[in-house]
Design a binder for this molecule. Structure first.
Ligand SMILES: Cc1ncc(COP(=O)(O)O)c(C=O)c1O
Length: 393
């Protein structure tokens, strides 16, 4: 039987009566952009995350853009972000005319390496954008300490990590702003594009709200240049139906991660990443005797497992594993095959591939396997059996 990487129909199908009811409510209201549905969802998300303010926007990408604009970041400014992340993190920095400064990532938690952040702070640095990659929080205490010491702003790119915690605090609520994506494959997925900006700062909240509507306040008066970053009422209504189920989805993802750890951990050549090897905290001196390294959730973190990402050690081994999984009808994905410092559009920044060594290496080793909440345990067993076959052939 085939195992797909994702099955969005399983989750949304189970909620069909409620989604239909919400859809009809919006259709009959005649109010399709912002308005009461959006405000209701913003309040629910604020309550869920503990953020003082939430601004619903058109996507996770636009959430980053709005946050950067609200903070007044632009030409002449440098913004530090990881190289091993989705493009939007740095794409938005470039779009406001600032310079993305790429830092390395930790091979254990996949998040930005604070030692490299410290090295790359200059007089032009205005902000740091930590990404809580794959659903696990970055090392926020150290990062906030660095930002305070240098007077820098922090935008948490929590696109993949709604609901994840760091020492009991929700991601997206620790920096100046947090940005969330509701892309359908995210842990809280809309039925189209949607996103949100979280902030505890009343002034940033006001600016973000104005910026999402062309910088217009009052009507047809523009003190700021904003954009069309509004959230649709339909998407807000769909998200309001799904938010109460979110903790249930997270529990299932955690169960799936635990099953992978148990089954894969028994295979020869597999080891679990060790928190003590974390490049964020100490020099990473990992002796790679293993062929596959399993991800780890740090004790201080509530990981929400947006992805279950393995490292496959050795040149060409990740591609060989992927081909093997494909031959067995098992879906997988490579997040991300090219680190941002090696992307053509950033060539003018002049980075050499090996200059950011872990980002370069992780791009060749990482592979994500199916972990969506509704996946049957038998399918996870199938994935693990196929990986076992790969390791013993
Ligand atoms: C780390 C990260 N940042 C930003 C985004 C952008 O979110 P969206 O696709 O909703 O624009 C994503 C989405 O994949 C992401 O993974």
């Amino acid at each position: 039987m085939n195992v797909s990487l994702l099955d969005l129909k399983a989750q949304n199908g189970a909620l069909e009566p409620e989604l239909q009811e919400a859809f009809l409510r919006v259709v009959r209201s005649g109010h399709f952009i912002l308005g009461p549905e959006v405000e209701r969802f913003e309040r629910a998300l604020a309550e869920f995350t503990g953020a003082k303010h939430v601004v619903g926007v058109s996507s996770g990408t636009d959430a980053i853009l709005v946050a950067l604009m609200a903070l007044g970041i632009g030409p002449g400014d440098e913004v530090i972000c990881p190289s091993f992340t989705f493009f939007a993190t740095a794409g938005c920095v470039a779009r406001v005319g600032a310079k993305p400064v790429f830092v390395d990532s930790c091979p254990v938690c996949f998040n930005l390496d604070l030692r490299d952040v410290a090295r790359k702070i200059t007089v032009r640095t205005k902000a740091i954008v930590p990404v809580h990659l794959f659903g696990q929080a970055a090392e926020m205490d150290g990062l906030l300490e660095l930002s305070r010491a240098h007077g820098l702003r922090v935008i948490e790119d929590a696109a993949q990590a709604l609901g994840a915690t760091y020492r009991g605090r929700q991601v997206g609520t620790m920096g100046d702003c947090g940005t969330i994506s509701f892309f359908p494959t995210k842990n809280l997925g809309a039925l189209g594009d949607a996103g949100a900006v979280l902030t505890n700062d009343a002034a940033l909240y006001e600016r973000a709200k104005i910026l999402r509507m062309h910088g217009m306040e009052p009507k047809y008066h523009h003190a700021l240049v904003g954009g069309c970053f509004r959230l649709d009422a339909l998407q807000a209504a769909m998200l309001s139906v799904k938010l109460p189920h979110f903790n249930g989805y997270t529990a299932k993802r955690r169960g799936n991660a635990a099953l992978y750890a148990e089954l894969l951990g028994k295979l020869p050549g597999v080891r679990t990443a060790r928190a003590e090897d974390c490049g964020c905290a100490i020099e990473a001196k990992m002796e790679e005797k293993a062929r596959i390294v399993l991800p780890v959730a740090y004790a201080q973190n509530g990981h929400i497992w947006n992805q279950y990402t393995l490292r496959v050690i050795g040149a060409g081994q990740r591609e060989a594993l992927r081909a093997h999984l494909t031959s067995r009808g098992i879906g997988s994905e490579i997040y991300y095959p090219v680190p941002l410092h090696e992307q053509k559009c950033f060539a003018e920044l002049g980075y050499r591939a090996e200059e950011i060594p872990w980002a370069h290496r992780l791009a060749g080793e990482a592979i994500s396997v199916p972990i969506y909440p509704e996946i049957p345990a038998g399918e996870i067993e199938q994935v693990c059996a196929a990986i076992g076959e790969f390791l013993t052939r």
